[in-house]
Write a protein that binds this ligand. Sequence first.
Ligand code: ZN
Length: 69
Amino acid sequence: MNEIKSSNYYVDKNPQDNGDHEVHREDCKKLPNPASREYLGNFDCCEDAVEKAKEIFSQSIECFYCSKE
Ligand SMILES: [Zn+2]
């Protein structure tokens, strides 16, 4: 039986050079400091978190580091 572990996700309020706002899981080593991130909610996968982030920043993408796991 597969137990789905949900996590808290955050979006970086500061865009990358190309305008993307990265979405991070709470345990990501690239997680921005509290002043620079917006709490999105608790999700089972980063795709759902990115969809939520797009309501705030239309140009949101999943983080390279935490999405590859
Ligand atoms: Zn990340």
